[in-house]
Design a protein around this ligand. Structure first.
Ligand code: NAP
Length: 246
């Protein structure tokens, strides 16, 4: 389904990003796994994909550092000649009620989740225009649609990702570049492991399907949006949340 395509996945070392790398490689894409702190996990995933007969590479940079990302992306384009798919997945949380949330925690989350996605699109924008082909999938969140007490920074960043998605989709539509977002609900990863049991139980009561989602649920939706089957879909936000938002 994705033979001949090269996909760059930010935050591909763990959780949803890692599963995206495995799933896209399973559909025969060559994957470039970006990591920031988790070098070992990124290379473990590369090895896992290679053992399954796929092609994978790992590259370190922080999406929130404009120059670092720009240099890495231009080196990748030089090395591979093309990048066809960008999955803007890297993300962090720094939860707190507004009363306790400081400027630093607010801005850091915005910088990684929103500015980081903007930077990556900017680094690849000309390449996608030149190729007259591209797939951009931004990972938003149910919190960006519904809001969430204690996540003002995170929700603002993920709402921002939706605005970014729709604007870039309009800019690139005539260039055969589609830009979509997925909005996962409550997915079983390190990010949600950090929640308290009370918070987890409270979230479960809001999920009509009464279960936590897994990374495969999200990765398969992303893979579909990357495929030719989704070539007439752009500017959309697809929820993968067991019905939490409908
Ligand atoms: P996770 O398990 O905590 O993994 C986060 C990933 O982001 C890691 O691979 C991490 O890489 C990477 N990352 C963080 N800061 C980075 C930076 N500055 N530069 C490059 N990479 C960076 O989280 P997850 O649950 O898989 O979340 C993935 C995405 O889905 C995020 O955007 C998150 O907001 C979104 N999401 C998750 C859920 C959920 O329930 N889990 C729900 C809705 C949306 P290193 O470890 O290498 O630093």
């Amino acid at each position: 389904m994705l033979s001949g395509k090269i996909a760059l996945i930010t935050g591909g070392s763990r959780g949803i990003g890692r599963q995206c790398a495995l799933t896209l490689a399973g559909y025969h894409a060559e994957v470039i796994i970006n990591y920031n702190g988790s070098k070992e996990k990124a290379f473990e995933t590369v090895e896992e994909i290679k053992k399954l007969g796929g092609k994978a590479h790992a590259v370190k940079f922080s999406v929130s550092d404009f120059e670092e990302g720009k240099t890495a992306v231009s080196q990748l384009i030089e090395e591979f000649g093309h990048i066809d798919i960008l999955i803007n997945n890297a993300g962090i949380t720094k939860d707190n009620l507004i009363l306790k949330m400081n400027d630093l925690d607010f801005n850091e989350v915005l910088q990684v989740n929103l500015s980081g996605s903007f930077y990556m699109i900017k680094h690849l924008y000309k390449q996608f225009m030149k190729q007259k082909y591209g797939r951009i999938i931004n990972v938003s969140s149910v919190s960006g649609i519904m809001g969430n007490a204690g996540q003002a920074n995170y929700s603002a960043s993920k709402s921002g990702v939706i605005g970014l998605t729709k604007s870039v989709a309009r800019e690139l539509a005539t260039r055969n570049v589609t830009v979509n977002a997925v909005a996962p609900g409550y997915i079983d990863t390190d990010m949600t492991h950090a929640m308290t049991d009370t918070a987890k139980e409270a979230v479960l009561t809001q999920i009509p399907m009464k279960r936590v989602g897994n990374c495969v649920d999200v990765a398969e939706t992303i893979a579909f949006l990357c495929s030719d089957k989704a070539s007439y879909i752009t500017g959309q936000v697809i929820s993968v949340d067991g019905g939490m938002h409908m």
